[in-house]
Ligand binder design. Structure first.
Ligand code: GLN
Length: 236
């Protein structure tokens, strides 16, 4: 690995990997390599401290018990939080939104203190939300519809320091009646979209890479298969 290698942090794939969200790291690495960058995935497991020096951080979804282990680890090792404070991009999927909030309530009704990187709280809803979700992004730099597969019981309420990533056009999203999907706070993004989200949403992948590289834009990649897949999923 050289000094110019872009380092993609896959945070706690051993516990927050239940839904295949580790694929997001593979997508970022591939999109970098296709553009001529050196890129590596750095896996940070429960046996490792969380470094603050990586270029981008990804944290996937998981069930309640696994997300509790992840919460404890990220409270003990604040490297990702410190990186976000200097502007490093972070993508948190599903349970990871809940872990990064002030607190979340498990489906068993227990309230667990979160990491406090998102001004959000999460409580279980009457019914689990499972199915395709499609949204219209709300933040500058994203214009294409977002698509993913949601599977969660938690409903997430945003506080004043957080904004929604997107407005739901299909499916449930954050699930508290405000029509929003996902969270944005500084350089930290959260979404309920599994998929993996970045395989389905190349514009979101490049949004993170632009921030990770500190560039103004990236030349688009012409990948007809990805475009075709997106078309099918948005039509489905
Ligand atoms: N346990 C959480 C919930 O049901 C998160 C699930 C997930 O990451 N898919 O809300």
């Amino acid at each position: 690995m050289s000094e110019s290698t872009v380092r993609i942090g896959l945070v706690l794939p051993d516990v927050m990997g239940t839904y295949g969200d580790g694929g997001n790291a593979v997508v970022l690495r591939q999109r970098l390599r296709m553009r001529g960058y050196d890129a590596e995935i750095v896996e940070i497991t429960l046996n490792d401290p969380v470094p603050d020096s990586l270029d981008v951080y990804l944290l996937g979804g998981a069930e309640d018990s696994a997300q509790r282990l992840a919460t404890r680890h990220l409270q003990r090792y604040p490297g990702m939080r410190q990186a976000a404070e200097r502007g490093a991009p972070v993508l948190a999927i599903c349970a990871a939104i809940q872990v990064l909030g002030h607190w979340y309530e498990t489906s068993g009704g227990e309230r667990v203190d979160g990491v406090g990187m998102f001004d959000v709280t999460t409580s279980p809803q009457a019914e689990r939300s499972i199915g395709e979700v499609a949204t219209t992004p709300l933040i500058p730099g994203l214009s294409e519809p977002l698509t993913g597969f949601e599977n969660h019981r938690g409903g997430t309420t945003l506080g004043p320091d957080a904004t929604g990533l997107a407005r739901v056009t299909r499916g449930v999203g954050n699930g508290v009646g405000d029509g929003l999907e996902g969270v944005v706070q500084g350089s930290v993004l959260g979404t309920y979209m599994h998929g993996p989200a970045l395989a389905r949403n190349p514009e979101l992948a490049d949004y993170l890479l632009i921030k990770a590289l500190g560039v103004d834009s990236l030349a688009p990649l012409d990948l007809p298969e990805v475009t075709q897949l997106r078309r099918e999923r948005l039509r489905a």
